[in-house]
Write a protein that binds this ligand. Sequence first.
Ligand SMILES: *Cc1c(COP(=O)(O)O)cnc(C)c1O
Length: 392
Amino acid sequence: MIPTILPTYNRAPLTFTRGEGSWLVADDGQRYLDLAAGIAVNALGHAHPALVAALTEQAGRLWHVSNLYRIPEQERLADLLVDRTFADTVFFTNSGTESCELAVKMARKNWHEQGQPDRTRILAFEGAFHGRSSAAIAAAGSEKMTKGYAPLLPGFTQLGWGDHEALKKAMREADVGAVIVEPVQGEGGIRPLPDACLKGLRDLCDETGVLMILDEVQCGMGRTGRLFAHEWAGIAPDILMVAKGIGGGFPLGAVLATEAAASAMTAGSHGSTYGGNPLACAVGAAVMEIVATEAFLSEVNRKAALLRQGLEGLVASHPKVFESVRGAGLMLGLKCALPNTEVLSAAYAQHLLTVPAADNLIRLLPALNIPDADIAEALTRLERTATALTPT
Ligand SMILES: *Cc1c(COP(=O)(O)O)cnc(C)c1O
């Protein structure tokens, strides 16, 4: 018999009823150290007082009004984002997938309005993850995500990660309107795009007019130690997809864009019932006020160095379990020498939560404000995990 919950997830037999900072408390009272953070969603950990205050204050006043009216909480969050980024304008969504949808629509509408309606094709990369909608799975193109869902939406081409020649050739083809890429691939195995590649891609976009869409749903909002990962390369996209961390656990996403890229999006061209509702935006503004400060981001970088150094040590002392460390900031991957599912389960036994990723990785995506003591505790638990997995 089919379970009452559609069985699209392989769930661990764990039930959490409470969260505090980087800790989750299970229904049996056991505490788990959370390096999953809802897959990079709980950017400030669980039950952060400033977020609880923002949410409850807004909940007592106004939950939802339609986008038929002005929404001050939404305008405030848009101003915070525009002040702090390349963007001139913002549309709020409820998820990363919806941000992908709008990014794709915006790129195509742009070329339509520019009198080049054939520039519909969007280049994407092998290993990419942009969400679960029909457009997002067509963009990613992998067998795993698309099998059985034919016919796939046309208009997407996947290129090999690091295949510069194929990219240069494809970018100059007449029907290409945009390229979409994660500065650090998440699901695809914590693969950071080198700054030089991002710069090179920006140059190619400038030369050809192809719009650059960056998907920072996972790597954005302070995760890599800058507010957005592309800042490390000193470049800016035309369109930026945001979600996950921006709501700190409340469903919220956004598409940020330059005036030029967004100019075709006029009244009636796109919409969302819930996107930008007062509750989500009140929380999003509270997240931005904390995360988008130099003091906070420099702490993220310090904590990231601390964690990374500890992980390098683990790789050195347990080569039969861990092969290498990679990633950026607090978006780190441990490549496993054993099946990553075994390492994940062994870590559960040490009451440590991590996330699997492609290429046999476990992902560490702690809260950006994880206390140093919890980083040390995580390293201790990973050490115990490795010891438990090492044949004697
Ligand atoms: C999670 C994720 C998405 C999809 O976000 P949802 O909120 O699950 O729809 C898109 N892109 C990237 C890079 C992601 O990590």
